[in-house]
Design a binder for this molecule. Structure first.
Ligand SMILES: NC(=O)c1ccc[n+]([C@@H]2O[C@H](COP(=O)([O-])OP(=O)(O)OC[C@H]3O[C@@H](n4cnc5c(N)ncnc54)[C@H](OP(=O)(O)O)[C@@H]3O)[C@@H](O)[C@H]2O)c1
Length: 396
């Protein structure tokens, strides 16, 4: 019986609240806080209608540590679950340290003025979290998150060593919009327009943004799709924690239409993250762009099709080389029917709930700052099957 404070009433936040409400034997009290309290109220109303569970709502600006500390001291949660933006990771970790409360997020910290994400800022909290006797679980979404757990599970049960890892993220869905992102547009575009990066033979190799591609034939009728090599944050922790990795890469599918829009937006300067003066005020072009693009949460009723995210491993077991694929397929329409959101928010929100459940039930519990692959994958893998993200394994 625990009280969870969920911060961020966006696309992912909505799924997390709905899923926590479905597991009321663990999450006996739920509070949702965000900058815009009307968004919290709309999510709470949907949860009440679907599950009968009452969710408390609060207004909070998670950039302001003192405000969050006061909120935590007043409502006394057992865990802070951060599904606001990566910019809020450090202020929320500071608030958890000040109040002695456990922390979980789904995306690693990014400084607002540099489009760069790295674990170093959050890993630097390890000793302080250990000393305070509290835990931070980093990256409990799908990728990062489930992909890290797939790696730990493959290594525990199927390989003595994993040599090559390809994480492949396919969204074969269609929302019918000319251009829209499936999660926060600012964070999404910052990530996609970065230089590509992968790990090979003990060093990081770089590529021009979206300059490398391959075609992968996805299972269960999804078929061949073009995937582009990108840098993604779980590569950093997996290279650190999975000894013996010789190559690790991350791929994502994009449609020609998406890439053409993105190229034009970049060329005209709309993806810039530095402020420009406009009519006497400073505006950041990418933030203005976010304001005119569809909200990810609004894509739920519009999106059709499926996602397929998984890991392809090559390695050795008992001296023999083997190749294996673990994946989940998630339907946008089914996710919408269940919780009113499209599958990108769903595939992130469900693992956030499961990560929180692991911590609150004491199954994953260790003071310090941890990534997902550092814990026993078995209970998490079992919960994925129970709570809406079943997985399939095939030997290739
Ligand atoms: N690991 C994965 O697989 C994965 C996949 C997708 C997304 N993600 C991560 O999930 C997170 C949420 O994504 P999303 O698509 O749900 O984004 P979103 O729809 O834009 O929602 C973000 C929410 O955070 C709130 N917020 C922003 N700044 C805040 C602040 N200072 N204080 C309190 N609340 C604040 C916003 O509230 P207001 O509207 O009230 O300002 C907004 O509702 C992001 O960090 C994203 O990177 C992870």
């Amino acid at each position: 019986m625990s009280h969870v404070l969920i911060i961020g009433a966006g696309g992912v936040g909505s799924v997390v609240v709905h899923k926590c409400a479905q597991v009321s034997e663990v999450f006996s009290r739920i509070t949702l806080a965000s900058r815009t309290v009307s968004k919290c109220k709309a999510i709470a109303a949907s949860v009440k209608e679907r599950t009968g569970v009452q969710v408390a709502v609060e207004q909070a600006d998670a950039d302001k540590v003192a405000e969050t500390v006061a909120l935590i001291q007043r409502i006394k949660p057992d865990l802070v679950l951060n599904v606001a933006l990566p910019y809020q990771d450090l202020p929320l970790m500071d608030a958890c340290l000040a109040t002695g409360v456990d922390y979980l997020d789904t995306a690693n910290y990014e400084p607002p003025d540099v489009a760069k994400f790295e674990y170093k800022w959050q890993w630097a909290y390890k000793e302080r979290f250990e000393k305070a006797g509290i835990m931070a679980l980093l990256g409990s979404g799908f990728d990062p998150g489930v992909t890290n757990v797939y790696c730990a599970w493959a290594l525990k049960h199927h390989f003595d060593e994993i040599h090559q890892l390809d994480i492949i993220d396919c969204n074969a869905g269609d929302h019918g919009q000319a251009f829209a992102t499936n999660f926060n547009p600012e964070i999404n575009i910052r990530e996609i327009t970065q230089r590509g990066r992968y790990w090979e033979h003990g060093e990081w190799m770089e590529t021009d943004p979206l300059s490398w591609s391959m075609t992968y034939d996805f299972p269960e009728g999804i078929g061949p799709k073009k995937c582009f090599l990108m840098y993604h944050e779980e590569l950093e922790s997996l290279v650190h924690n999975l000894k013996g990795l010789k190559r690790a890469r991350f791929w994502m599918t994009f449609s020609e239409q998406y890439l053409t829009h993105l190229r034009v937006l970049e060329n005209v300067g709309m993806t810039r993250i530095d402020p420009v003066r406009y009519q006497g005020a400073e505006i950041v072009p990418i933030q203005f762009l976010k304001a005119v693009l569809p909200e990810p949460a609004s894509l739920g009723p519009l999106t059709r099709g499926r996602t397929c995210i998984g890991c392809v491993f090559t390695g050795v077991k008992d001296g023999k080389e083997k190749r294996m694929y673990i994946y989940n397929i998630c339907s946008h329409e089914e996710a919408y029917r269940e919780v009113g959101s499209q599958a990108i928010s769903y595939t992130t929100g469900v693992p956030a709930m499961i990560g929180a459940k692991m911590m609150l039930q004491g199954r994953w519990k260790r003071a310090g700052v941890w990534n997902m692959e550092e814990f026993d994958p078995d209970p998490f893998m079992a919960d994925l099957n129970t709570y809406g993200l079943p997985w399939t394994v095939i030997e290739l």
